[in-house]
Design a protein around this ligand. Sequence first.
Ligand code: NAD
Ligand code: MG
Length: 393
Amino acid sequence: MKRIALLGATGSIGRSALDVIARHPDRFHVHALAAGRQVPALVDLCRRFRPRIAAIADPALLASLAQGLAEHGLDTEAVAGEQALTAIAAAPETDTVIAAIVGSAGLASTLAAARAGKTLLLANKEAVVMAGELLYRALAEGGGRLLPIDSEHNAIFQCLPAGFDRDLAAAGIRRLVLTASGGPFRDLPAAELAAVTPTQACSHPTWSMGQKISVDSATLMNKGLEVIEAHWLFGAAPDQIDVVVHPQSLVHSLVEYVDGSMLAQLGSPDMRTVLAHALAWPERIDAGVERLDLLRHGRLDFLAPDRQRFPCLDLAYAALRAGGNASCVLNAANEVAVQAFLEAGLSFPDIAAVVETVLASVPAAPVQDLASILECDSRARRLAGVEVSRRLA
Ligand code: NAD
Ligand code: MG
């Protein structure tokens, strides 16, 4: 029986995880569920999964969480605050932590799970982008392992030889190819990008996801973050990671070997496959996913990404090549810009412009520890806030 803490339970990944978990009550037990601010949704999940602990990140919501649990006669313990989430990630009662909080808010709990030696099912890609080096140090200290919950990285993981240890050359691998759907604006002329709305940006053609990652998919920053993620997860240099647009989202990524073989993983675009793979690994279990009917789809297309219309992709490559704090700056500026696009009327093209300006204005520095990363994160956020205000004025 795997004992699970699910951080980000009320989100898109959280719900896909719980769907798979509910199909296999003989294999998985939910020990703790955590969310940011959605108390009624969290209480509802507690009714269904009966965890020992429920955590809400916003401390102001602790009383209403406790009340909601009591109203339903649940003996689940209510806790709140980022420290409570971090404690849950490291709790001795669990062996598996699903890190599915969105954004930098997930960093501390992700690191705590790694340090505690958990099997870390990592969806929170922002954590690895901000602090890849620290995360791998924490994993080494804790002796746990990371299993990727990103369709591309999970696909690559499935195409790697057994025992792979973040050394492409030793495994005979030439490069990794990440596929991208191209997002909802794949074919939109550059001149029309300035007028797109958050609703349009969040209408992803093939995947159903949270708002932030949907906007990132539309700008291709999501693919940029994934390039950085692939660097850390697989030990790939920037030149060994390529991106191709594949509108059908059926080939989830590929590994090219030195002998000319390319291995790919295919499946319906449904994150439950990824979650089932990682939850049961190294076994295989039913995920409740629609089987992939190749004849119905008929074709697989591949095209080059448009790096002019979607400059975020190259901004991410540049940050990865720069090393040190640059990826943390990129991520922080992007989080601020995406939020301003969703809530404050920042234009779609200005997301990339804000990120570019902030990247250029924070001096390069090495990342030694969590404190220096958090300091870099808040500095980049401040600068991004100023740049957003300037563009909105
Ligand atoms: P979402 O917005 O649907 O859900 C986010 C979850 O995080 C919610 O449960 C929310 O309550 C919680 N949360 C938000 N702010 C928080 C805070 N300050 N403290 C604690 N919890 C907080 O997002 P999602 O689409 O499920 O994505 C989650 C993560 O998984 C992201 O990093 C995303 O990039 C990654 N991911 C998602 C998908 C997908 O298909 N949705 C695919 C690959 C990777
Ligand atoms: Mg992905």
